[in-house]
Each structure stands twice: as C-alpha cells, then as structure tokens.
Design a protein around this ligand. Structure first.
Ligand code: OFO
Length: 169
C-alpha cells in the first residue's frame, strides 16, 4: 500500500517520464529535419525507452492498489540550434530526472516504504547509464568540432542504436 505522499510523488515522476518521452520525440523530428538521420534514430530509441519508464511507474502505482493519473504537462522544446545543443539539453534534462528519482527514493526511505525503495532501485541505476551516454556523446562532439566528416561518422554511429525492450516491459 502506498501513502498519499508517496503515491502523489510517484504519479508526478510518471508524468516526468512522459515529458521526457515527448521531449526526445521532438528532438528526433528536429534532427531528422536537419538531415541527421542517425541522431534522429538515437532520439527515437530514447523516446521508446522513456515510454518504458513511464509504463513502469504506471504499472507499479496500479499494482499497489492506487491509481496512476496522467496529467497535463509542460510543452517540450522543439528547436535546437546545434547538435551539441541537443545533447547538452538532454544531459541537463537527465540530471533533473536523476535529482527527482533521488528525492523520490529519499521520500520512500523516510516513509519506510520498502517496496517503493526496491522499485526505484532500477531507476537509480538507469540514471547512471543515461547521464554517461550523454556525456560520452558530448565528449565526441567536442573532439569533432565543425569537422563534417566527423559529424557524419558520429551520425552513422548513432544510427545503429536499437531499442531493446526490457524483459519486464
Ligand atoms: Fe531518461 O530516464 Fe526516464 O526520464
């Protein structure tokens, strides 16, 4: 059973995950429009992963006898001046998500809600990977600078990313 406070915090995070999904879907379309098909693919996979995150919260809240409620959300950005900007904004957003998952975990600890703490462990680990991926791409973009061949190579590399649904999704 979830306390009212934990339930409302979980619902808020579920909606944050939906926002993440739509932000990355916008990024995918913007990259496609700029001609970076590989980057568009990378963000499309990112969108699918965020929908899995969203569904994990949705299923968990409902499994605890509470009600998952999809809420109105802020409008995600849709224009990005450079490839570097795409990934800087992504890292910034993921750092916000990490902070929010950490606060949620702290709340679960304070409320002695062991089930929610265990549920959130997957997200704590996931956020390490999310931020690491973004930092790695930003590092490559710094090395590449304005080199067209380098950008093309990176675009090709990001085009190979494939969505792998987690076993529990
Ligand atoms: Fe990008 O990890 Fe969920 O939001």
């Amino acid at each position: 059973m979830l306390s009212k406070t934990v339930c409302s915090a979980l619902n808020k995070q579920m909606n944050n995950e939906m926002f993440s999904a739509f932000l990355y879907l916008n990024m995918s379309a913007a990259a496609n429009e700029m001609g970076f098909k590989g980057v568009a693919n990378w963000f499309s996979v990112q969108y699918q992963e965020e929908m899995v995150h969203f569904m994990k919260f949705y299923a968990y809240i409902n499994s605890q006898g509470a009600q998952a409620i999809v809420d109105k959300m802020a409008k995600p950005a849709s224009s990005f001046p450079s490839l570097m900007n795409f990934f800087q904004e992504t890292l910034k957003h993921e750092q916000f998500i990490t902070k929010s998952i950490n606060e949620l975990t702290e709340l679960a600890v304070n409320e002695k809600d062991h089930a929610t703490q265990i549920f959130l462990q997957w997200f704590v680990t996931e956020q390490i990977e999310e931020e690491e991926n973004d930092r790695e791409i930003i590092g490559k973009l710094k090395l590449i600078g304005d080199n067209g061949y380098g950008l093309l190579m990176l675009d090709n590399e990001l085009g190979t990313r494939v969505f792998v649904p987690p076993p529990t999704a």
